[in-house]
Design a protein around this ligand. Structure first.
Ligand code: IPE
Ligand code: IPE
Ligand code: MG
Length: 272
């Protein structure tokens, strides 16, 4: 996992808000929503909103690199999105393929490493080929990781993981009492990635829509009414600013001030 450093420009941007790099999230996951509404508000076809949304993807990748984030994960296509009309789906898949092809050079320039999560089965081979090529070409980049969730569903991911784990138990390579949270996580498609610190949803909907159900158990959630095609670097920065003001307790108690004499007992050892 890269520990990406913040650029001078990024440092100036967060300093103006009174923030330090340590207060920024390391991994930001985004539910990019509102493309259809953006287009419909203008009397245009929904696909116009999807095309426009690419500009927002570019903007958040640029801002993420500027801020030195370790990872941005974008929800591009859910398993449930197959319920949409074939014409919209064909367009979305073509757009994704085009993005991977056209942005490859830019990702290299930005030192961004591309990864993908989601089910490969069901995706056209032309899209998978572009993915594989971009993942391979950017594999050695040491800057931010851009993870695209395509044909992704949180429940499907967990069920697929459980099936493969059960197969390993059946074949004898795994014992049931070896199964704990960290072992289970190695069966997920996000294996090796940090959990998101911050989850952003655009277009105002207060739901998760089956995104990263396992991984966001302790993510901070930030919802904005801004529709995805209008989301820009300043919006990402605003989300990071809000994140910095949150107190993350992970089920514990607020961290006492640095000069506090209060002693905390050490956590009891986990027992099975
Ligand atoms: C998000 O925008 C993009 C995808 C789900 C692929 P929508 O297409 O869901 O836009 P709205 O929610 O209908 O406005
Ligand atoms: C979530 O948006 C999926 C993606 C952003 C890819 P949707 O627009 O599909 O979610 P719902 O249907 O409003 O829950
Ligand atoms: Mg939507």
């Amino acid at each position: 996992m890269a520990n990406v450093s913040i650029s001078e420009e990024g440092l100036a941007r967060i300093s103006a808000l009174g923030l330090t790099p340590e207060q920024l999230p390391r991994h930001v996951a985004i539910i990019m929503d509102g493309n259809g509404r953006w287009a419909q508000n203008r009397g245009r076809a929904r696909i116009v909103g999807h095309r426009r949304g690419i500009q927002s993807v570019r903007a958040v990748v640029e801002e993420g690199c500027r801020l030195g984030l370790d990872q941005i994960t974008l929800y591009c296509l859910s398993i449930e999105n197959w319920k949409r009309p074939p014409r919209e789906l064909t367009f979305l898949l073509r757009l994704l393929r085009h993005f991977l092809k056209v942005e490859r050079a830019e990702l290299m320039e930005q030192n961004v490493r591309l990864t993908m999560i989601g089910r490969r089965e069901g995706l056209p081979s032309a899209v998978l080929d572009e993915f594989d090529r971009t993942v391979e070409e950017t594999a050695e980049n040491t800057g931010m990781t851009l993870c695209l969730a395509v044909n992704y569903g949180g429940r499907t991911e967990i069920a697929d993981a459980a099936r493969r784990l059960a197969e390993d138990v059946r074949s004898g390579t795994l014992q049931p009492d070896q199964v704990d949270e960290s072992l289970f996580a190695t069966y997920l498609t996000t294996h090796g990635m940090p959990d998101p610190d911050l989850l952003i949803r655009t277009a105002g909907e207060m739901r998760l829509s089956n995104f990263l159900l396992w991984q966001i158990s302790y993510s901070e959630i930030w919802v904005t009414d801004v529709l995805w095609p209008e989301f820009r670097g300043d919006d990402l920065l605003a989300a990071c600013h809000a994140f910095a003001a949150r107190e993350r307790k992970f089920g514990g108690l607020p961290t006492p001030p640095a000069n506090s004499q209060a002693r905390r007992p050490s956590a009891p050892k986990a027992t099975r």
